[in-house]
Design a protein. Structure first.
Length: 151
């Protein structure tokens, strides 16, 4: 139990895990994600970086995404997240074809989830209770940030 909690805390502090390294989160491709793609920068051609979806891209095609949330206008905490302790987060291209990747469970009480190397074609973030039928979806701002107020 302690080692699982420690892995979760370390993964949260460092951002999301790389493809194939769950770091305490379950990685899943709702409609895309790595399918034989890179797992580290060493798997890419010279000058390219391995993005978190397994794509080898130029640094100009990769950005940092920071997702933050409150619950009913209050900071995320054990108390405010009691009704939904685990969340699901999905990153997508904003189209209805389902292209994207996601992580679950994401602890609600953390109040933030970051991804350090996400392709710029991921423009929307969906967030909500884990295993829910629908997620609240918002577009990233030009700096790669998005904030939700969960109800």
């Amino acid at each position: 139990m302690r080692s699982g909690l420690l892995a979760l805390v370390l993964a949260t502090a460092a951002g999301c895990p790389a493809p194939g390294d769950d770091g305490g989160y379950s990685y899943y491709p709702p409609g895309g994600g790595p399918q034989g793609g890179c797992k580290s920068d060493d798997d890419c051609a010279s000058g390219l970086a391995c993005a978190r979806d397994g794509s080898c891209l130029d640094s100009s095609q990769i950005h940092h995404i920071s997702t933050a949330w409150t619950v009913h206008g209050q900071p995320a905490s054990d108390a405010t997240c009691a009704s939904q302790p685990n969340l699901e987060i999905q990153f997508s291209d904003g189209f209805s074809d389902g292209f994207g990747i996601g992580y679950a469970p994401v602890p609600c009480n953390e109040g933030r989830f970051t991804v350090d190397k996400m392709p710029t074609y991921y423009t929307t973030v969906g967030l909500g209770a884990a295993n829910s039928a629908s997620l609240m979806t918002l577009e990233l701002d030009r700096d790669g940030n998005v904030s939700f107020d969960l109800n």
